[in-house]
Design a protein around this ligand. Structure first.
Ligand code: NAD
Length: 425
């Protein structure tokens, strides 16, 4: 079945619209498996609240730019809305809606009491000074202020945002409240109540999922990683630390390859100094797209949506794909990969480590009682491995892919919450 949500730009198929179509397709498959009625399917396909705002930014030279910002709360049946904030020139309301929907299923899948949300500002942060970025962030937060709060909707970092962005959001919200409210965002600096281990949590979760899916010693297992940012960088590091051989890495600047394995710590230093992996001397340059076709055991897409499509999926040789990014594989590519016997650990499972540790950060903030990094790591591992084994069993019982099984569990839990709560009035 297919679920349609009205589009504000029906004639224009943006990457964001494609991401939303993928999310709706996955929901449709899960709804079919679960036998949900049409009313409930439509409710789950439709965001609860969507806000589009215009954000004026005063540039250093005195010019005034106006950019579009979004915050979408897809579902709040199981708890407050939770989801990252993306600064990227290509973001639009459709992309943000898709990302919010995936957050809803992800939180339900790993059993944390949140609904799903996402935010976005259509801007290239690399083209702004730090002061411009701060003004933009604070003004965007001001525009969406009625929606967010520790009991309502809690942002976190995503593409193009970081700890500093979260610190500005926390401060803007706190100034308006009149007192410090650390629980309004997660992924904050530790000095403001951020959780130990949050910055590497998504990547640690990717490592846990990859090793669980491998089911054998990681020693010598070859890996290629697309994207070398907050998720891809530490994921490459953790996989390398575990004994894997990370032979290729790409980012927006280019790609590098070394058949004997890249020195990831050195590559991270190089990327931090120069702004990207391009030009790294201890490896060979590679065309970004060629990374997908390498003869490796594991492929980790950790950049943006729609990276693996019907065009490159037939040429993928990795037997295991672990999705660090949200929505990197289109439904058409999924079918090709399944037919070729490639295992895909889906985004809502593989990259759930970020929201798990965000949840732990929020609990610590609400109790004003911080935990040790050891406790956090243990809880992260427990929740990741628990969700992984549930997904594997449901896939085996129902004859589904891991993505389909993960959606059946996540969507099923949200549907159940709707049914138990009933409809008001
Ligand atoms: P980031 O901005 O820190 O990094 C993005 C990386 O992708 C950068 O290295 C960039 O250069 C690279 N990139 C962009 N276009 C590329 C291309 N065409 N080819 C190769 N590389 C390209 O963002 P992030 O936080 O690492 O997020 C990456 C993905 O992980 C996104 O899909 C995001 O939604 C998802 N995710 C992030 C978190 C988190 O905690 N940050 C949690 C869950 C999921």
């Amino acid at each position: 079945m297919s679920i349609m949500v009205p589009s504000t730009t029906p004639a224009l198929i943006t990457p964001g619209r494609q991401a939303l179509d993928s999310a709706l397709h996955q929901l449709g498959q899960a709804a079919e498996q679960l036998g949900l009625d049409d009313g409930l399917r439509t409710m789950l396909a439709t965001p609860r609240r969507s806000l589009t705002v215009s954000v004026p930014v005063r540039r250093e030279d005195g010019r005034l730019d106006v950019v579009q910002g979004f915050r979408v709360q897809h579902n709040v049946s199981r708890g407050p809305a939770k989801g990252g904030l993306r600064f990227h020139p290509g973001t639009d309301i459709h992309e943000v809606t898709a990302l919010a929907m995936w957050m809803t299923w992800k939180c339900a899948l790993v059993g944390i009491p949140y609904g799903g949300a996402k935010g976005g500002v259509a801007v290239d942060p690399s083209g702004l000074t730090t002061r411009e970025l701060e003004r933009l962030t604070r003004r965007y937060v001001n525009e969406i202020l009625p929606l967010i709060g520790p009991e309502k909707d809690i942002p976190a970092p995503d593409v193009g945002t970081d700890e500093q962005t979260m610190a500005w959001i926390m401060d803007t919200y706190s100034v308006s409240a009149g007192y410090s409210v650390p629980g309004v965002v997660t992924g904050k600096p530790a000095t403001l109540g951020g959780s130990l281990g949050r910055s590497g949590a998504t990547s640690r979760g990717v490592q846990i999922a990859a090793l669980a899916a491998l089911g054998r010693s990681p020693e010598g297992v070859t890996v290629a990683v697309q994207g070398f940012g907050k998720v891809g960088g530490p994921a490459a590091q953790y996989l390398s630390d575990a004994g894997c051989k990370v032979v290729a890495v790409s980012d927006a600047t280019g790609a590098v390859h070394a058949s004997g394995g890249l020195d990831i710590a050195r590559l991270r230093e190089w990327a931090a100094e120069t702004g990207g992996v391009r030009g790294f001397r201890h490896g060979d340059a590679l065309a970004q797209e060629d990374l997908f076709e390498l003869d490796v055991d594991v492929l980790v897409p950790a950049a943006l949506e729609g990276a693996i499509t019907a065009v490159n999926a037939p040429r993928i040789r990795a037997r295991l794909i672990v999705e660090g990014a949200n929505g990197p594989t289109t439904p058409e590519a999924d079918e090709i990969l399944a037919a070729n016997g490639t295992t895909v650990v889906p985004d809502i499972l593989a990259n759930a480590g970020g929201v798990i540790v965000s949840y732990l950060e929020w609990v610590q903030n609400m109790q004003a009682y911080p935990w040790s990094s050891g406790e956090i790591e243990l809880k992260l591992r427990d929740l990741m491995l628990g969700a992984f084994s549930e997904v594997k069993s449901v896939a085996a019982e129902r004859g589904l892919t891991l993505r389909q099984a993960a959606h059946v569990i996540g969507v099923g839990r949200v549907a159940e919450a709707h049914q138990m709560r009933g409809l008001y009035p």
